[in-house]
Design a protein around this ligand. Structure first.
Ligand code: NAD
Ligand code: TYD
Length: 359
């Protein structure tokens, strides 16, 4: 690994967004990237095979709750910035088993903050000035919007609904507390739903693509009327670099693609893309596989991000529309069964999603 570039520690870099961030940061040639990941069920080093052996990339298998190990890595790698993505991230799993979310997202974030603070204090003046702790969070902390009005701004009150979003809200508060109390230079970002390559096939978009290709039912919760605001993962990775490098210390930035869709619209669009690219052998549309299933408890109706601040202050804009990004995503799943088929072949672990997805 080259020693003359600023070193960014990415936590959760073997996950969906984290792996896109690692690939993006290394591709710029402007950073050394150190990926720290526990490799839970959601972590997958095959998402990073493009970076194998790259001189500006290193991987450590570690738990963010293990403060001693994290402290060692921060010192040994002379980390100059932290981008914190490690988390339990699936709402349905949080409903079945909330404590893992408290442990990783709340206790883990506070443990990481403690190690980061000691490291930051050990740095020289110039390094302290350039250091950032960038916490990667979600729009779900703002809770439920009505179908017909409202958007989330950086000033929206926190009103989380699920154990997942409550744990992310708590972690956001801890990050702000480390800034207000100890002066550590933090930035936060709250992003809408991501989609794209290397997305674990328990989340809506990859689940529907994989189920459709396997001639399984496409489970739509309730009537499919819930609205999410979608962003292509590589656009999020570029936004995160902008927040880390150009964001004001102590500030948060909402990131989103201005692409609200009902879940049913999302599923129908995937079906249309697959009908065109991989027609079924029985000549019917993939739409026939749609199955309306029992709704998620506490299911937020709508999320919608106002990204004006990020656009204005960071000069960031998404490069993909929902249609172009979804087309690229479907193509990726068609071409990369080597990545997602082995995940599907492992048995689901009895979570609500697992039961629905396995049908
Ligand atoms: P993911 O579940 O795909 O990946 C999470 C990664 O964190 C995995 O590689 C996992 O092994 C690792 N991890 C989990 N617990 C750990 C621990 N204790 N120590 C070290 N590593 C651990 O998640 P994702 O979808 O890539 O989301 C990444 C971050 O972005 C999360 O913080 C999430 O809240 C946030 N976010 C996600 C979305 C989205 O749509 N997916 C949207 C906005 C924000
Ligand atoms: P998901 O991908 O789990 O993301 P999040 O809950 O963080 O928004 O779900 C996206 C939307 O799709 C959400 O409204 C729940 C819905 N959904 C289904 O209708 N069927 C499914 O099988 C899944 C996993 C989600």
């Amino acid at each position: 690994m080259k020693k003359d570039l600023p070193t960014v520690l990415v936590t959760g870099g073997a996950g969906f967004i984290g792996s896109a961030v690692c690939r993006h940061l290394v591709s710029t040639g402007a950073y050394r990237v150190v990926n720290l990941d526990k490799l839970t069920y959601a972590g997958n080093l095959s998402s990073l095979r493009d970076l194998d052996g790259h001189p500006n990339y290193a991987f450590y298998k570690a738990d963010i709750c293990d403060t001693d190990k994290v402290s060692e890595i921060l010192a040994a790698e002379k980390v100059g910035r932290i981008m914190h993505l490690a988390a339990e991230s699936h709402v349905d799993r949080s409903i079945d088993g909330p404590m893992a979310f408290v442990t990783t997202n709340v206790v883990g974030t506070a443990s990481l903050l403690s190690a980061a603070l000691a490291h930051w204090r050990s740095l020289g003046f110039a390094e302290q000035e350039s250091f950032r702790f960038h916490h990667v969070s979600t729009d779900e902390v703002f809770g439920d919007l009505p179908f017909d009005s409202g958007v989330f701004t950086e000033e929206s009150p926190y009103k989380p609904s699920s154990p997942y979003s409550a744990s992310k809200a708590a972690s956001d508060h801890f990050v702000r507390a480390w800034h207000e109390t100890y002066g550590m230079p933090v930035v936060l970002s709250n992003c809408s739903n991501n989609y794209g390559p290397y997305h674990f096939p328990e989340k809506l978009i990859p689940l529907v693509i994989a189920n459709a290709l396997d001639e399984r039912q496409l489970p739509v919760y309730g009537k499919g009327a819930n609205v999410r605001d979608w962003l292509f993962v590589e656009d999020h990775a570029r936004a995160l670099e902008a927040v880390m490098t150009r964001g004001q210390v102590g500030e948060s930035y909402n990131i989103g693609g201005r692409a609200e869709r009902t879940n049913l619209e999302v599923v129908e669009t995937i079906c249309a893309l697959l009908d065109a690219r991989r027609p079924r052998s029985n000549g019917k549309s993939h739409l026939d596989l749609i199955a309306y299933v029992t709704d998620r408890p506490g299911h937020d109706r709508r999320y919608a991000i106002d990204p004006t601040k990020s656009e204005r202050e960071l000069g960031w804009r998404p490069q993909e529309t929902f249609e172009t990004g979804l087309g690229r995503t479907v193509d990726w799943y068609l071409e990369n069964g080597w990545w997602w088929r082995p995940i599907r072949e492992q048995r689901f672990d009895g979570t609500r999603q697992g039961l629905v997805g396995a049908r």
